[in-house]
Ligand binder design. Structure first.
Ligand code: RFL
Ligand code: PHB
Length: 389
């Protein structure tokens, strides 16, 4: 097989890049380790920055998002019994849109199918070769048979556990990592959301997030022990812990019900540098991870795709290599700012097991400052809604 861009991974990064390239007549083949049903079964992000929405629009797959996505002009932050709202439009002229990653992925799959996109699922043993030459190629197995794609460029969109990042030799890669001493236990339930905006709540008993997908589907998270297993958390225990972490007036309004999905995610900050090696370019979780507290993972993946799409387009259609040569530094400049915001909000809102009484008071003082200071709220709003590309 032959194509211009071989894309490893059919998560949001790989699908969006493939669809954007198709709008400019640039062909690609997407290789995915899992089945399509498996990719669509993953419950992940819920909040889209306006830049992500614009990209999806540019890719021609924002019709349902425009109809069904909920535009949010603020979030609520809670500290123990008190809560306050940050109103985005007081500080910035863009909102966020609440629309699940599962739906984004479904829309991208549909758009790829409608424009004859070439996707190969359930592939094994993917390996990238000769990335430092003008003629890279990718080998893989499908149904036990070996196969090969010759290409001009390889986009590594295969997430944190993929093969692309590890193709860059260890003596060239620099990795920066921070792990957090807790995880997030998430529950999806067919109940009305407790509030019409997201609530990020900090309390002595731990962090909680109230989010949603639509009027009758809620997504809730609580901070949990890093060694917990989702199957050991009964629904009742989850609802009790969630109520404990929320301000009493919110807890009193919470409507509970059976969970339809329950999972635990570890929290990690991670960045690899550089994000390119010869003709291999990394995008999204393959190159960086954020803890979910700032809702930045999918959105940072989308900003990488924005830079890589424009750089490939300049190179392939106009022979201009300037942006592609500098893809890594351009993408990383924005990545590190998203890392900073996610790390800061995670540190501010969670209970750290070994934290001293002094450090806890510092967190509360910072939350109080945010509650009462419009400049601090403006910094929050600009970061949450998304920094410019
Ligand atoms: P993905 O989604 O991990 O997709 C990578 C794909 O590559 C495939 N793959 C391979 N394919 C072929 N060969 C191989 N060797 C392969 N190895 C892997 C995988 O099967 C997969 O299909 O990475 P991508 O596309 O970069 O997208 C990143 C986002 O998925 C991720 O950043 C977000 O989900 C993070 N995230 C959130 N981001 C936000 O912007 N806002 C949020 O509100 C938000 N909430 C979250 C989140 C992530 C969570 N979890 C579970 C990690 C909430 C949670 C709970
Ligand atoms: C979600 O709805 O899944 C969600 C929302 C905001 C976050 C993280 C996850 O910060």
């Amino acid at each position: 097989m032959k194509t211009t861009v071989a894309i490893i991974g059919a998560g949001p990064s790989g699908l969006l890049l493939s669809q954007l390239l198709a709008t400019r007549g640039i062909d690609s083949i997407v290789l995915e380790r899992q089945s399509k049903a498996h990719v669509l079964g993953r419950i992940r992000a819920g909040v889209l920055e306006s830049g992500t929405v614009d990209l999806l629009r540019q890719a021609g797959c924002a019709d349902r998002l425009t109809r069904e996505g909920q535009v949010h002009d603020g979030v609520v932050l809670a500290d123990g019994d008190t809560q306050f709202r940050i109103n985005f439009s007081d500080h910035i002229d863009r909102p966020v849109v609440v629309y699940g990653q599962t739906e984004v992925t479904r829309d991208l799959f549909d758009a790829r199918a409608a424009s004859g996109g070439h996707l190969i699922f359930e592939v094994g043993n993917v390996a990238i070769h000769d990335a430092k030459t003008d003629a890279p190629y990718v080998t893989f197995e499908k149904d036990g048979k070996p196969d090969r794609i010759d290409c001009a460029y390889v986009a590594g969109c295969d997430g944190f556990h993929g093969v692309s990042r590890k193709t860059i030799p260890a003596d060239i890669r620099r990795e920066y990592e921070k792990t957090y001493p807790f995880g997030w236990l998430g529950v999806l339930s067919e109940t009305p959301p407790v509030h019409d905006e997201l609530i990020y709540a900090s309390s002595d008993t731990g962090f909680a997030l109230c989010s949603m997908r639509h009027a009758t589907l809620s997504r809730y998270y609580i901070q949990c022990d890093i060694n917990d297993r989702a199957e050991d958390w009964a629904d009742d225990a989850f609802w009790t812990a969630l109520k404990q972490n929320l301000p009493p007036e919110t807890a009193a309004k919470l409507i509970t019900g059976p969970s339809i999905e329950k999972s635990i995610a570890p929290l990690r900050s991670f960045v690899t540098e550089p994000m390119q090696w010869g003709r291999l370019f990394l995008c999204g979780d393959a190159a960086h991870i954020v803890p979910p507290t700032g809702a930045k993972g999918l959105n940072t993946a989308a900003s990488d795709v924005h830079y890589l799409f424009h750089a490939l387009q300049d190179q392939i259609l106009n022979g201009d290599s300037q942006a592609l040569d500098h893809y890594s530094e351009t993408a990383l400049a924005r990545v590190w700012k998203a890392e900073r915001f996610s790390w800061w909000l995670t540190s501010l809102m969670h209970q750290f097991p070994q934290q001293s009484a002094f450090d806890q008071r510092m967190r509360r003082a910072e939350l109080d400052f945010l509650r009462s200071n419009t400049a601090a709220q403006s910094v929050f709003a600009q970061n949450y809604v998304g920094l410019p590309y």
